[in-house]
Design a protein around this ligand. Structure first.
Ligand code: ZN
Length: 137
């Protein structure tokens, strides 16, 4: 298994798609990661009471205060789930589920592959989300 890695993501790409591409290229299907840097524009999602993602667009340059997430498998493909906190030029923060639409200005990814069985996301009726098998003691 590949050890943990630090890598810079290229300027201009979509943030969540580029993170996914890194893990797909490395054939890593189980991992945790964090990332810091800066982006232009961002789309944040909030999963509401009606079981729908409501998205909000943020335009302009933002610092990535924190972006954390995990890597597993969904529909046979590498799937990245990431949440992010961004700060604007007034140092105000906004956060949520990271959607496509954030353009990388500079981004440093710390990836940590995790050994063992690969978690697989499947539709979960109670939440309406694609989730891992729940812990069951
Ligand atoms: Zn989420």
């Amino acid at each position: 298994m590949e050890p943990s890695f630090l890598i810079r993501l290229p300027k201009g790409g979509d943030l969540v798609e580029t993170i996914t591409k890194v893990f797909r290229t490395k054939s890593i299907r189980k991992a945790a990661f964090n990332l810091i840097g800066a982006i232009d524009d961002c789309v944040l999602g909030f999963y509401n009471e009606d079981r729908k993602y409501v998205n909000r667009d943020f335009k302009g340059r933002f610092e990535i205060v924190s972006c954390i997430g995990n890597v597993s498998e969904k529909d046979g493909e590498v799937f990245v789930h990431a949440h992010i906190i961004i700060s604007d030029s007034e140092y105000k923060c906004h956060g949520g589920h990271l959607m496509s639409g954030a353009q990388i200005f500079a981004a440093e990814l710390f990836g940590v592959p995790v050994p063992g069985d690969i978690p697989v996301r499947q539709n979960d009726e109670p939440t309406g989300l694609a989730l891992w098998t729940a812990f069951n003691d």
